[in-house]
Design a protein around this ligand. Sequence first.
Ligand SMILES: *Cc1c(COP(=O)(O)O)cnc(C)c1O
Length: 378
Amino acid sequence: MKKRLFTPGPTPIPETVMLKMAEPIIHHRNPEFNEVTTRVNKNLKYLFQTEQPVITLTCSGTGGVESTFVSLFSPGDKVISCNGGKFGERWVKMPKVYGLNVVEIKIEWGKAPTEEQILSALKANPDAKAVYLTHSETSTGAATDVKALAKIIRENSNALVCVDGITAVGAHEMRFDEWGIDVCVTGSQKGLMIPPGLAFVALSKRAVAAIETSKMPRFYLDLKRALKSYQDNDTPWTPAVSLVIGVDAALQKIVDEGIENVWSRHKRLAGAIRAGVSSIGLKLFSEFPSFAVTPVWVPEGVEWKSFNKILKGKYGITIAGGQDDFTGKIFRISHLGYYDELDMIMMIGALELTLKESGYKFDLGAGVKGLLQALAAK
Ligand SMILES: *Cc1c(COP(=O)(O)O)cnc(C)c1O
């Protein structure tokens, strides 16, 4: 049976990228590898739509965000952090560990922070050094309007605009320079279509200046050191060489498709999946659904565990369940990264067969039909 992965990280890896990573390893301090990192650094700028440095770190996405907390601030500094799910929650807990003064904006799961919430937090905390936003909150599938909120933050404060773009980069429009973003982080196993193990951190001039004055203790995740090596397309420590070679090939695919086409493909596939599930009476969980992952309520009368067992055991499909209070109540279908329209037809087809077997009453085929109509209408 074919294995079919529909989770929002890890995501499927293109065959050409896997083959590249299977080649004999090369040494990271030789010119051959420097050619690779030079190209990767250039194409990462394209991915984030920036002229500023994008640092590659050997760690998962969480490490990428941690590098920003330890490299841009000093103990006691105040940061505003938006918490609307598992990841937002992490960006409240993590800075506290480093002695930062964290102002939490709590958001109901499935919703995104509003302009009013951001404005009132800024007003109450004029000394805030940064605002952390999660562009696509993977646990709830809710997307944040980063462009609009960045504008509000810029116009009303000196706070740095810091974005967890871990499932957004490559799926949602991201114009780092134009929108006035200061920090944006992504991870390798999401929109970049390679295995877990690398994080990427884009840094504005203001962020680089903050790094110069930060007094936080740090070593491995020190962005100041990383920036110094970056001047020579180098890294302070041994990077995950095979993954860097993989991301070089994956970035080339993004460059070939064109970043705007990559964004519009994600938007189209997300819309088609929403049409498919809605056509069989399933309800969407989030108010502003992300283009990376679609969260859906498990319909009444269907038991999530046995439903998931059929989907995986009979059709080889892995999707993501709900987390925390929503365990067993929602499931999440990913369409982030290496997917096309036909993958979506297969996904909805298998979902329908599994729902039928789970006793859910609906018109078999209506989901695929709804999806096809959405795709044909583009
Ligand atoms: C996956 C993810 C993370 C965490 O990344 P890891 O690579 O698991 O450390 C953080 N934020 C979001 C929005 C994610 O989807």
